[in-house]
Ligand binder design. Structure first.
Ligand code: GDP
Ligand code: MG
Length: 602
């Protein structure tokens, strides 16, 4: 294809501002799918994504658009994942484009993820076309939003396109803006092949499918290619594009975006960001920006029913086929039996995997406290040299007397909020050991920047932020490296037995308060037994908080007066059902929900 007729662009937006709806409209307008073929939001192809309205895996569609100038253009629309947990994938998708549509909700205005995404887009030298969406809403105020785009982001917004993706207003104008304002790609057909691996996923029929952006040279069926970072070689057996239906093409030339398959069995062999070149006469220098993604949040996943361990193993293995960024290894716990220690890119990633296991594979799971990765310097002993270890699991916490230093990961968080909620948000950040580094006001809104330990954010920071701001505050973060901290392991003892699944690493300064909170919540979460149950939080051998669950005196059926047998039976049944979802610790039954609920900070 003639390079001047290609436009590669992505859509960036804060969640819920209408990115997927707009993408659907653009596809529909270009005739990519008939109305009947078009299920709602074709780009979000996983159930969970659809339900939560988030895009996890990037998808790209190739559209043909005949513009007002009479020429037919090839548009490649990339849908980028919108969440910070997938920041690296977002960055790779953006690197494959020359421009972006910046979608802003006409009633909500600019939000934290609008900013985070737009800065990334600017970093990739994109031409940015502002699109003000949802102008059909009664609360829409496009002029105010234009002013925000200019004042807060610093982009001219005079010629922003006004749309209602829902009612189909302004769609042709968006396509004209893409053609007129976003520059075509540049590339050299005669140069050695250089293609960027933008995304990969597992397809049960095709094996691993790889989304590529060709920079220079040509990709063809039958070509022998080499992955420059991964070091592997493969034979291309299919080349094509999504329109959004999958179609095969003879080749992909410079500036084009499409897919290849090469009989690859695992996504791990096709890592996002790698450079693909030919085996013979290939490029010598890989494209910049490749990065191995490392899991940052770990937790244990155990089957509620120990008999389901094999099923869990199989299901996790299948999920992993499609997601090389999540890791797992077997773990055994005294109380929970056999399970897996899993690593994730962030909390949302954790939730998605957990939910898919529960829903798609019909597993009942216990999730242990999420933990970040700590780096610990250990002094030498008589038998061992000094060394540095990485700690993923509080259960592996080393002998404290050997610890010389612990470091924990920190993040830089940007919170964007109407200023009414600022006071409570500052307090939340302060309580989580945050260090404020910046605070600015624009148009009745505050933008505050904090450095925070990731450990303080993994539990329920986001939920708390949403609840204290009634959903108005938005949040975005990036990792900024490790810092030393006075961190200790806190154990929880139920009836004098440590419950490993509840132990966690905390900062010494907040340990007592956290311990007290956990004990209080567990007191409510664990049902009474026939005996008294002490609940304690301890650091080393020292108890720092304590609660007691009083013994159950009466038989539970005594509550039913008279001889209403059916009612009694119902109550007993209910009790039995409740039991099935409990784990036994010593002789105490702890309900499954208690494990996560206990960690929520009040
Ligand atoms: P995304 O998270 O940015 O992909 O947003 P979605 O496309 O999933 O849209 C979020 C919600 O906003 C959905 O309920 C859409 O139906 C709705 N929506 C999208 N565009 C418009 C619009 O132009 N007007 C109105 N009123 N609602 C819209
Ligand atoms: Mg979406």
């Amino acid at each position: 294809t003639d390079l001047s007729k290609i436009r590669n662009f992505s859509i960036i937006a804060h969640i819920d501002h209408g990115k997927s709806t707009l993408a659907d409209r653009l596809i529909q307008h270009c005739g990519g799918l008939t109305l009947r073929e078009m299920s709602e939001q074709v780009l979000d192809n996983m159930d969970i994504e659809r339900e939560r309205g988030i895009t996890i895996k990037a998808q790209t569609v190739n559209l043909r658009y005949t513009a007002e100038d009479g020429e037919t253009y090839h548009l490649n629309l990339m849908d980028t994942p919108g969440h910070v947990d997938f920041a690296y994938e977002v960055s790779r998708s953006l690197a494959a484009c020359e421009g972006a549509l910046l979608v802003v909700d006409a009633a909500q205005g600019v939000e934290a993820q609008t900013l985070a995404n737009v800065y990334q887009s600017i970093e990739h030298d994109h031409e940015i076309v502002p699109v003000i969406n949802k102008i059909d809403l009664p609360a829409a105020d496009p002029d105010k939003v234009k002013a925000e785009i200019e004042d807060i982001i610093g982009l001219p917004a005079d010629d922003a396109v006004l749309t209602s993706a829902k009612s189909g207003i302004g769609i042709a104008e968006v396509l004209e803006a893409v053609v007129k304002r976003i520059p075509p790609p540049v590339g050299d057909r005669e140069a050695p092949l250089k293609a960027m691996l933008v995304d990969s996923w597992y397809d049960p029929y095709l094996g691993v499918v790889i989304l590529v952006r060709v920079i220079d040279g040509v990709l063809k069926k039958g070509q022998g290619v080499r992955f420059m970072q991964g070091g592997t070689q493969h034979l291309i057996d299919r080349v094509g594009a999504f329109t959004p239906k999958r179609v095969e093409l003879p080749e992909l030339g410079p500036g084009e975006i499409g897919f290849i398959t090469a009989q690859i069995k695992e996504v791990e062999q096709a890592r996002v960001g790698d450079t693909i070149t030919t085996v013979k006469g290939g490029a010598t220098k890989a494209l910049a920006g490749y990065k191995e993604v490392q899991p940052v949040v770990f937790c244990g996943l155990f089957p509620v029913d120990a008999a389901e361990f094999e099923k869990l193993r199989e299901s996790i293995g299948k999920l992993r086929l499609n997601d090389a960024s999540f890791s797992y290894e077997m773990e055994s716990s005294a109380a929970l039996g056999f399970g897996f220690r899993c690593g994730f890119l962030g909390l949302l990633h954790l939730e998605i995997i957990q939910e898919r296991l529960t829903r798609e594979y019909d597993l009942d799971l216990i999730t242990t406290a999420p933990s970040v990765v700590y780096r610990i310097a250990l002094g030498h002993t008589k038998n061992e040299d000094a060394k540095v270890i990485e700690l993923h699991n509080p259960a592996d916490y080393p002998d404290p007397s050997r610890i010389e230093m612990i470091e924990e990961p920190w993040i830089k968080a940007v919170i964007y909020t109407p200023d009414d909620y600022l006071g409570s948000i500052l307090k939340l950040c302060q309580d989580r050991r945050g260090i404020q580094t910046d605070l600015t006001y624009v148009a009745g809104r505050a933008q505050v920047t904090y450095e925070l330990p990731l450990n303080e954010v993994v539990f329920d920071f986001y939920d708390r932020l949403k609840s204290i701001s009634r959903g108005y505050a938005s949040f975005d973060y990036e990792q900024i490296g490790l810092r030393e901290g006075d961190l200790v392991k806190m154990s929880i003892l139920v009836n004098n037995e440590p419950v490993d699944a509840l132990s966690l690493i905390v900062h010494r300064a907040v340990a007592e308060e956290r311990g007290r909170g956990m004990c209080e919540r567990l007191k409510d979460l664990i049902p009474r037994h026939l005996f008294k149950i002490p609940i304690q939080a301890a650091i080393g051998g020292k108890v720092i908080a304590r609660e007691t669950i009083a013994a159950l005196r009466k038989d539970v059926t005594a509550k039913c007066y008279g001889g209403d047998i059916s009612r009694k039976k119902k109550l007993l049944d209910k009790q039995k059902k409740g039991k099935a979802r409990m784990r036994e610790y010593g002789n105490v039954s702890i309900p499954q929900e208690a494990f996560i609920a206990a960690l929520r900070m009040g």
